[in-house]
Design a protein around this ligand. Structure first.
Ligand code: XMP
Length: 507
């Protein structure tokens, strides 16, 4: 596997993605928490960073066990660090070096850059430039503005690259990453969904033996795939609980329960809507609402879990971006915007150990694993839906009546997307109940009713997103249907904000 040391770049996850796409396993760890260097670590990559190597408090990783001993690639900040630390010179750039650049020379004799071409577009994003490298460094790539765009340290398998090979805009970046991972580090490209299922099921069997595991299903891709994997390993010892928090989509509770039973899972459906509505009464602050929903969920789940005698484990569908995000919350280098994910989210008194079979997978890998487990596309291709559900799509206080209204609106929007075959082109979609009333006219009557917003975004991982340019005719049709069919709504708007600076959810 490849070890990626994270210095906080927004692109670090992309490095991992590109490596996984080669069917090679990799892990991201914060630069100051280097894991034990076991023999299966075949190479190390240093990521970019919002820091400058010239900053006083800039990261200073301890590479004594790595540099010169394992193949090592520094990207952007990583390259600057490997240069300045060992006698090179890094200065603030005099010209802006963000975005497109083209290679003016690139070595064909070098293992790292072999196969890349002169003129090839690369993506730059840096405020500093490497002005001088030590004498035992060989320059292997340049652009018109940046002479030292890539180097190799003679006698070591250590490389530095000023541009970002991990972004799609570096058109031959994948060649460079493959050269490093496959040719230089000699990783085997054997990490496939099928091999993941086989090894994970064997590990789960070994770890869990005859223990009982409780798992909260949400109807989403992650918890469903986690449940099927666990079920494959321990069968009837897996007890699934699906809580209706009263904040699910229309008909979701029954539909999802039916599809789980169909998959052979042992699932108990618990209708706890009233408890959630009571906990939400009078609350309009988004964070307080999230906390109330989270706490009520734990209370309900705890009560149900106690009914499963002798359960030792809690199964969770945590995936890799959540893990990285929680590492960042707990002192890693990246900044966190919302701390909403469900990592380690249960109180100590539950005394359950946590088992998370998907904690090393990205979302699309989870889908591929689900596919190799024969899980229905209706579940695998489902849009992500937040844990607090419609509770964070009803702005202001949540009431049963507002839930009913937004369920109807959402149902019209989502089923229209499916009818017009647009659902699969959209990463996530939903409707938001706005705490805004406006004047309208229906027939001859004045109305003074609520407005809703529709949101549909494209994304690959939810970290960045853009609004989808849905056809005007489609939006017109949906808007008409909503206003004609949903009592209480007289205005429909479409959210055209990207993330950043907005977020996908409104709360
Ligand atoms: P934001 O709003 O932060 O959302 O752009 C990014 C993605 O995360 C989902 N989301 C959540 N998922 N529990 C979840 O399981 C939550 O509390 C939560 N809040 C947001 C959101 O739907 C989007 O896919």
């Amino acid at each position: 596997m490849i070890l990626i040391l994270d210095f906080g770049s927004q692109y670090t996850q992309l490095i991992a993605r590109r490596i996984r796409e080669l069917n090679v396993y990799c892990e991201i760890h914060p630069w100051n928490k280097i894991p034990e260097l076991t023999p299966n670590i075949k190479g190390v990559i240093l990521s970019g960073s919002p820091f400058s190597v010239r900053d006083e408090n800039s990261p200073t990783p301890d590479l004594t066990q790595i540099k010169g001993k394992l193949p090592l690639l520094g990207v952007c900040f990583g390259a600057q660090y490997l240069s300045s630390k060992y006698g090179g010179e890094v200065l603030a750039s005099t010209i802006r070096e963000y975005g497109r650049a083209n290679l003016s020379s690139v070595s064909q004799n070098n293992k790292l850059t072999k196969g890349m071409s002169v003129g090839s577009q690369v993506w730059m994003s840096h405020g500093d430039t490497i002005k001088k490298v030590p004498s035992n460094y060989t320059i292997i790539a340049s652009t018109t503005d940046v002479e030292i765009a890539g180097y190799e340290i003679q006698g070591e398998q250590t490389y530095g690259i000023q541009f970002h090979p991990e972004v799609y805009h570096s058109l031959e970046g994948a060649i460079l990453i493959k050269n490093f991972v496959v040719e230089i580090c000699q990783c085997k490209q054997s990490w496939t969904p099928h091999s993941f299922v086989e090894s994970t099921v064997a590990e789960l069997k070994e770890k869990l033996g005859n223990d009982k595991v409780i798992l909260a299903l949400s109807g989403g891709v992650d918890s469903s795939v986690a449940a099927v994997l666990l079920h494959k390993a321990i069968g009837e010892n897996l007890y699934c609980i699906f809580v209706d928090n009263g904040l699910l989509r229309k008909n979701e509770f029954q539909d999802v329960l039916d599809s789980y039973k169909h998959m052979g899972l042992n699932v108990k459906g618990v209708n706890a809507s009233e408890k959630f509505y009571t906990a939400l009464k009078g609350l309009s602050d988004p964070e307080l609402k999230r906390k109330a929903i989270g706490k009520t969920f734990i209370d309900v789940f705890d009560e149900e879990a106690k009914l499963v005698e002798g359960a030792k484990w809690l199964g969770q569908g945590t995936i890799y971006p959540d893990v990285i995000e929680s590492v960042s919350v707990n002192g890693g280098p990246s900044q966190t915007i919302k701390s909403h994910h469900n990592v380690g989210g249960l109180p100590d008194y539950m005394k359950l150990q946590v088992v998370e079979p998907l904690r090393l997978l990205f979302k699309d890998e989870v889908r591929r694993v689900g596919k190799s487990l024969d899980i229905d596309d209706a579940i695998l291709q489902r849009h992500p839906f937040p844990g607090p559900g419609l509770g964070i799509r009803i702005l202001g206080e949540v009431t049963a009546e507002k839930v009913r209204i937004i369920q109807e609106v959402d149902h019209i929007f989502i089923s229209s997307l499916k009818e017009d075959r647009l659902y699969g082109d959209v990463w996530q979609a939903g409707a938001i109940f706005l705490p805004v009333q406006s004047v309208g006219v229906m027939g001859d009557e004045r109305t003074y009713e609520n407005a809703v917003a529709l949101r549909a975004v494209s994304s690959t991982d939810g970290m960045t997103a853009d609004w989808v340019h849905l056809p005007y005719d489609f939006l017109a049709k949906v808007s008409n249907k909503i206003i004609n069919q949903v009592k209480g709504i007289n205005r429909v708007t479409y959210d055209i904000s990207s993330k950043p600076p907005a977020t996908i959810e409104w709360e």
